[in-house]
Structures are given as structure tokens and as C-alpha cells.
Design a protein around this ligand. Structure first.
Ligand code: SAH
Ligand code: SF4
Ligand code: F3S
Length: 470
């Protein structure tokens, strides 16, 4: 038998990239590749890149500098190391990468990962390969056969893509250019994926898409299904106890989604609903096509269906033209809503996006200062939200053994990590936990079922809150 080849993959950016990285690993497994956490002994290194902000993009070139050293060192021992750049920087700047970085063997865009084996064969033969085309409709007007989107089970919780691309064209954002226009996967395929994952031990599914609530995949009845209808159907699959979805756009919240939160207990009361700004003037310049009032109304519709729904958001500070008054409107909106957590970013002009041409830029100092003020407010809200759990009994889906021996860690419906002392027999189960304390972002508690619980824990290492990283 031939030695397995080693694959090191590093992913930046959003959940879609995390998912795609897993998909690339699964695509290359039949080619004899096994994953390694070490760059130095890898035969193949894949950088799965993100283009969303300048900092994210620039990381690629500094990482490639380091990889050149590793590749040269491997060559000295007679070993070929191939370097692949995948993801959104590959899509946006493929030709430039080939030109600027001779160390790179293959550049592959997010729509083409299923071609990786052929592209690598080209590289092995000494060539360099670039594939960043969006799939073209065939002569009958159909999309080519969909790329394999299913991944194998990796634990208790799994992502499943239901929708890719975005047609919203927010003026600051590269996603519509790097991921192409919105395409939804058919319902039957998603059901198959979820069934297979459930059969392999997965209990929680997070449906992902750049604009996930814009989902309108072909249903088995020949009509397009909305996200709420899909969630309701997936909840019937044996073994699936929790459903989540991300990321939603405030303009596409249909009544069927609200009803799913009201009627389907498996749909978790935790919604990521980015608003970006609280100022209508800035929202207009961003082409968000909603006002702060529209957003508040959407939040009220959710809360009307289920009172315990918690919200998270993304914010951009320092969008061109943002005045102190505009920023104050953002702070006011955050205060009014009360988030469970949120990401906030300094505006970063992206080449090719309309906002990059706006002249009235906000200075770096002002941006820094606004970011600190916003993050402080959000941090306070997050701490209050987490602290409110102490003393209450909350359902936790247990996922794995924690770092500290004897502890098992799971998540609450609101994605907070929760630790208990228990046997690993509880992994995969949802059990009520009475929360006793909070360490940074992690809750500690006791199982309410006495047979499974052991004495409570004094101290724990802190675990960072759930991140999408984007
Ligand atoms: N469909 C997802 C997009 C992911 S991008 C969504 O709508 O949430 C994640 C976040 O990155 C965005 O919500 C936005 O807050 C931020 N972002 C996008 N482009 C940016 C830019 N040019 N500068 C700063 N932040 C940006
Ligand atoms: Fe980007 Fe999200 Fe706007 Fe689409 S909806 S353009 S992905 S920020
Ligand atoms: Fe980044 Fe592409 Fe996701 S730009 S945020 S990896 S869609």
C-alpha cells in the first residue's frame, strides 16, 4: 500500500469557508490524502481564503511568504509540496496570485472544488492551474450538475449548505462578486444530507448560506420552498433535535420562518440578523434596503412568536460619511434591542465595490474610537445575557469531552458553552442543566438528573464564545 499523502488546510472567513474546507478534505480523501495539523510535513497545503476585509486578504500573501520557506525545505529533502489557494481571494484575485506568488501551484475558486483532483494532477506534472469560472448554464439553460455539497459527519453538530451566493449587493461587500448569484439547493438533496448525517450521529444541523433566509429551493411538490418550510420538514428527521440557520437578511424574513420558530421546538431561539448600522442615512448608502424601524419590526415579529429568542448582529463602523449622529443612532439601536452578542468591524474599502468610490471617508482615529465604544456596549450586553442564565435550568446538547478531565461540554439553545462533570455517555443527548456560575463566556452547571451528575466544578479554563470568524 502506498503511504497516505498529508494535507494541511487553513481556513479564514465565514462558516461557508469552514464548510468548504471540510468538503475539500472529503473530496481529497479518496485520493489518499489524510489531514495533518503540521505545515512542515504536508505534501499539500491549502489556504482557504477570505476577501471580506483588507486585513483578511493581506494574510494570504504573508502566509504564502512563509509557505515558500516550507516548500523549499521540503524540496531539499526530495519531497514535493504543492500549494493551493482556494476561497474568495482566489476567486477575486486569481490571476494576480499566479503572477505575484510563484510558490502557488493551483488557484481554485469556491465553485470549483470538485475539480481539485484534476487540478492537482496538472500541478504534479509540473504545470500551474487556475480555475475561477462561475458555472455556466448549459445549452438548455440548466445549471451543470451541482457540485457535491454533502460532508461526512464530524461529531454532534454539522453545517449543511442550503444556499450559496448573494444578490443583495450591499455597497461595501465583495460576497456577490466572489460567490456569485444566489442559488438554492433542492429540498430532496438537503433531506438526504441531513438523514445521512443523523444516521452517523449528528444531532444538530446549522443550515448555512450567505443569505440563508432567501432560500427558495425546489420542493418535492414541484414548488419552491421557503426556509421555514424546510426547517419544519427537517425537524421530522429521526435523530435531529436542534436546527439553526445563518446568516439571515432582515429583508427576507418571511412569515413561514417566524411560524417555524413558534411551532417547531427544534428550531433554536437564536437568530443572527445583521443590521450593520442604526442610521437610515447610512443604511441607504449601504444599499441595505431597510430602515432601522423595519429592522425593529422584524425583531418584534420574531419576539411575538417566541419570547426567548435572542439576537446577534454584525456592525460596520466608519462607513464613508458616518457622522457622530449616525453612529449615535447605531448605539441607540443596540441599546434598544439588547443583543446576546455581536460582531463589529471597521469599514474596509474593497476593490470593485461601489462604496470604495465614496469620498467622505472617516479617519482611522475616529473609526478606532467608535469601534471601542460599540464593542464596550455589546460586551456589556453579552455579559448581562450570560449572567442571566445563572440559577436557571437550561437544556444543553452535549457535544464532546472538555479539556478538563471528567468534564463534558455542550451548548445551550443560545450557543453558550456549558460544562458539567459527567460521563461521556451523555454526549449526543439534550439534558437539563442548572447553571451555577459563569467564567468569561462559559457556563458551569450541574445535571439535574442525579444519577448522571457528579459534584460541581470549582474552576474551568475559559472557552471563547462561538465565532463565525468572518
Ligand atoms: N451574508 C453575510 C455576509 C458575510 S460578511 C451577512 O450578510 O452577514 C460578514 C460581515 O462582514 C458583514 O455582515 C459585515 O458586517 C462585514 N463586512 C462585510 N464587508 C465589509 C467591509 N467592506 N468592511 C467591513 N466589514 C465588512
Ligand atoms: Fe454581503 Fe451579506 Fe450584503 Fe450579501 S447581504 S451583499 S453577503 S453583507
Ligand atoms: Fe470571506 Fe468569502 Fe466568506 S469573502 S466572509 S470567505 S464568503
Amino acid at each position: 500500500m502506498t503511504e497516505p499523502r498529508k494535507l494541511h488546510i487553513k481556513s479564514y472567513g465565514c462558516q461557508m469557508n469552514v464548510y468548504d474546507a471540510q468538503r475539500m478534505v472529503d473530496t481529497l480523501a479518496p485520493e489518499g490524502f489524510v489531514e495533518t495539523s503540521r505545515v512542515d510535513d504536508a505534501d499539500l497545503v491549502i489556504l482557504n481564503t477570505c476577501h471580506i476585509r483588507e486585513k483578511a486578504s493581506e494574510k494570504v500573501y504573508s502566509e504564502l511568504g512563509r509557505l515558500r520557506v516550507a516548500k523549499d525545505a521540503a524540496a531539499l529533502t526530495g519531497r514535493q509540496m504543492n500549494i493551493v489557494v482556494a476561497g474568495c481571494v482566489a476567486q477575486a484575485e486569481g490571476n494576480e496570485i499566479i503572477r505575484r506568488a510563484p510558490v502557488v501551484d493551483v488557484v481554485v475558486g469556491p465553485q470549483s472544488y470538485h475539480h481539485l483532483p484534476q487540478l492537482l494532477a496538472q500541478a504534479k506534472a509540473g504545470g500551474r492551474a487556475l480555475e475561477t469560472e462561475f458555472p455556466i448554464l448549459d445549452k438548455f439553460g440548466f445549471l451543470p450538475p451541482p457540485k457535491p455539497a454533502a460532508i461526512r459527519a464530524r461529531g454532534i453538530s454539522s453545517f449543511v449548505t442550503v444556499q450559496e451566493g448573494c444578490d443583495k449587493f450591499c455597497t461595501f461587500c465583495v460576497v456577490p462578486y466572489t460567490r456569485g448569484s444566489e442559488v438554492s439547493r433542492p429540498v430532496a438533496k438537503i433531506i438526504d444530507d441531513v438523514k445521512r448525517l443523523a444516521d452517523n450521529g449528528v444531532r444538530e444541523i446549522t443550515l448555512i448560506g450567505q443569505n440563508v433566509n432567501g432560500y427558495h429551493g425546489d420542493g418535492p411538490d414541484g414548488r419552491p420552498w421557503a426556509l421555514g418550510t424546510l426547517l419544519t420538514r427537517l425537524a421530522e428527521i429521526p435523530g435531529i433535535v436542534r436546527l439553526r440557520y445563518s446568516t439571515s437578511h432582515p429583508r427576507d424574513v418571511e412569515d413561514t420562518l417566524i411560524e417555524a420558530h413558534r411551532d417547531v421546538p427544534a428550531v433554536m431561539p437564536y437568530v443572527h440578523l445583521p443590521v450593520q448600522s442604526g442610521s437610515d442615512r447610512i443604511l441607504g448608502l449601504m444599499n441595505r434596503k431597510h430602515t432601522a424601524k423595519d429592522y425593529l419590526e422584524v425583531i418584534e415579529r420574531f419576539r411575538g412568536a417566541r419570547q426567548d429568542i435572542a439576537f446577534t448582529s454584525d456592525f460596520i463602523v466608519g462607513f464613508p460619511g458616518e457622522s457622530e449622529q449616525d453612529f449615535a443612532a447605531t448605539l441607540a439601536l443596540v441599546t434598544q434591542i439588547g443583543y446576546a452578542s455581536a460582531y463589529s468591524f471597521k469599514y474596509s474599502p474593497r476593490p470593485g465595490t461601489p462604496a470604495a468610490d465614496l469620498r467622505e471617508t472617516v479617519s482611522a482615529t475616529v473609526m478606532d474610537e467608535r469601534l471601542v465604544r460599540l464593542q464596550q456596549l455589546i460586551d456589556n450586553q453579552q455579559s448581562a445575557f450570560n449572567a442571566a442564565m445563572i440559577g436557571s435550568t437550561v437544556d444543553v446538547l452535549f457535544e464532546r469531552a472538555a479539556r478538563n478531565p471528567g468534564q463534558i461540554v455542550g451548548r445551550t439553545p443560545w450557543l453558550q458553552p456549558a460544562h458539567v462533570m459527567a460521563s461521556d455517555a451523555i454526549i449526543g443527548q439534550v439534558l437539563p442543566v442548572t447553571m451555577t456560575s459563569l467564567e468569561r463566556y462559559s457556563l458551569l452547571g450541574n445535571l439535574t438528573k442525579p444519577s448522571l451528575s457528579t459534584p460541581s466544578i470549582a474552576a474551568l479554563p475559559s472557552v471563547p464564545s462561538h465565532t463565525t470568524g468572518a
